[in-house]
Design a protein around this ligand. Structure first.
Ligand code: ZN
Length: 138
């Protein structure tokens, strides 16, 4: 799946409708911050902090719910580093990550830069959905 979102307000509104989400003001505000043309990894907290300057305040719970709605709709990809590190990635193409454990920061690794030599077969009745490689750095 290759999907890049480099959208203007009108396009963001259309994109939200396309995936079945009503373009509410809160969703539009968050979508504009997320899909500004630069791929980014955000947490609910970091995105919430970015909304502070806006006229309309958005609760952390709403930011959290919206990030999950966008993820379910395929607009974002979730990267779970650990229980305290749940990131949302605007780059929804297949890729891997470096994780800076000191700064809590993710950097993309192109999928071609990682070579997986051998994987065990998936448990019976399951199939591999995807493989996420997170290389932790300090
Ligand atoms: Zn990424």
């Amino acid at each position: 799946m290759t999907k890049k979102l480099r959208l203007h307000t009108r396009d963001i509104e259309q994109q939200l409708r396309l995936v079945g989400l009503r373009p509410t003001r809160q969703r539009m505000t968050l979508a504009k911050l997320l899909f500004d043309g630069v791929d980014k990894h955000v947490t609910a907290e970091s995105l919430h902090a970015q909304t502070r300057g806006h006229k309309q305040s958005i609760s952390l719970a709403t930011v959290y719910n919206t990030l999950h709605q966008f993820t379910d709709a395929g607009l974002l990809r979730q990267v779970v580093v650990d229980v305290n590190g749940i990131y949302f990635d605007t780059n929804v193409t297949t890729h891997h990550h470096f994780y800076d454990t000191k700064r809590g920061h993710l950097t993309d690794i192109p999928v071609t830069a990682v070579k997986l030599q051998r994987l065990p077969p998936a448990p019976k009745g399951h199939e591999v959905e995807r493989v996420d490689v997170i290389i932790r750095t300090k």
